[in-house]
Design a protein. Sequence first.
Length: 347
Amino acid sequence: MKIKKGYRKERLDRGIKARVDDVFAISSYREIMYLAMPRTLFIIFLLLLPLSGSITGPYWQGVIIITCIIALLTLSWTFMYSVGLISLGHAVFFGIGAYIAGWLSSSLNLSPLITIPLAALSGAVLGALLLYPVLRLRGIYFALITFALPLFMMRLIEATGCLGGTAGLSGLHAFPSRLFASYLVIFVLLFVLFGYLKIMDSDFGLVLRAIRDSDLSVHAAGINVPLFKAQALFIGALPATFAGAFLTHYYRFVGMTAFALEYSIFPITSAVIGGTGLFPGAVLGAFILTPLSESLRAFGTLRIAIYSLLLVLFIVRLPEGLFSFIQKKYFQFERWVPLERKDDNAK
């Protein structure tokens, strides 16, 4: 490394970290850009993706939409994990939202702009009601209940033949265009990402984090822990039910595959790769894993072994996740600054 005479190295964030939180926002345009640039570039990147159809082609435009869907599922899983609710069957929320949207479209002939919000809200309420009796369970016991629910829903539909049975519901209403669908899911993804960050920084989020750390202590303080968990379950389920409802109208079909295991495994794997418990990490993991999955589709079932190997490598070599690693490196950037002279200090 070449050393400049009369200069020393200083971290770019040194002045920012030396100040009180949020005071830096009025101190320097350079510091504002330093902090806002990663977020701004990510938003611009997302907004430009649907316009790259002439370069990527229709197939990869579809992959972009699926990636945003997996990112929503991962954000949903991460929010519940941040509260201490570990889900191994997140497909249950996805499937409930998908089937409600499909039923509303096929039976009542409603537009996707009506069925999707209705399915997201009612699906989140139904999911919260299903799991409310077991919210007192912790750790692996709650996780096993969530793991069994998608399997139960699949067998129930198969045995009763309701909601189309094994044939599913088809011929549903489509979106006006793929561009409209792309921007809809992107705007919802951004809203959920920054909304979850805002919630966890609020007093409500402080209580949720306290419940995750020690629900007995929170209960001893006179706070209704099951009620807060139910609220967190509803908020956490919303992106997953929206994702199911959205994908139903995107494919114009819903079947038992809406409860498939991949909608439970992908969010967990994406969260581990990006950084467990980190909302930006959840999005980053989904944007790495989903395109990689599509690229490896030619390998058939061998790609499952590649996923497993990738997951093991991240757990062993990078347990904090890729986002934490990148964030740490970003805040370690340095610049050369002139040394202060004694005569300058005397003045």
